[in-house]
Design a protein around this ligand. Sequence first.
Ligand code: HEC
Ligand code: HEC
Length: 204
Amino acid sequence: MKTSLIITALTTFILLPASLAMTPEDERSEPVVLSTEEALTEWHKVFKVFSHPRCTNCHVPEDHRPRWSGPSFGLSEGEWAYHGMNISSGETRDGQDSIPCSACHAESNSELPHGPPGAPHWKLAPVEMIWWDQSSAQICAQIKDPARNGGRTLQDVADHIAHDALVHWGWEPGPGREPAPYSVAATVTAFENWAASGAPCPAE
Ligand code: HEC
Ligand code: HEC
């Protein structure tokens, strides 16, 4: 009894801090230079993440209306709805001219299914960073264009994926919601390999 308690305490001590300290930074591996074909395979992984409902529901066009899409909303593939309750972000993208997003979206997820998901600074992505209903080629061109990616280099974009709380929410979206594919670290690796290999874009 006593021994098992000590073992439990020890494992908790050893395992917990290690997993908590495991940031994507520690898991990041050196980018690899690949052939164009292999680089396009890496890009395809990135596109699968960027085009996932957990990301596109916020990266929406200038109608300023967050989307509800994906199986957690009881919709089949291809079906979608505007955010319920007629929510609009307005030009500020955070609803401050009507109902602020923060009226419902806290800094962490509601523990109730269909309760508001949460992460710090919950707001829509800027209009020019649109991913909703965009092809792989369109998102690829957008992410490389400093005029439409927040003035970032590709390394800055990789760092944003590695560190940003809204991005990370996509892998911890709260009960009942399917997370984005892969992981933060795997997405950063795929992105960096693609960037190191000349950042080729698919034809469509
Ligand atoms: C009146 C409360 C309320 C307000 C205000 C609100 N939301 Fe929501 N939002 C919700 C709830 C509840 C859900 C989850 C619904 C569900 O899971 O069925 C949600 C879900 C979402 C989702 C979908 C997340 C996913 O599962 O992919 C996005 C995106 C979103 N909100 C963005 C916003 C933005 C941006 C604003 C501000 C412009 C905002 N919301 C304002 C209540 C609100
Ligand atoms: C709650 C809304 C929200 C969600 C969900 C969200 N984003 Fe964003 N995203 C933003 C905002 C706001 C910005 C602008 C941040 C900035 O420029 O500093 C942004 C910007 C970005 C950028 C910067 C470069 C660019 O051109 O877009 C990347 C990369 C990004 N998001 C990745 C993701 C990924 C990957 C996911 C899903 C796993 C995701 N985001 C989900 C709101 C969101």
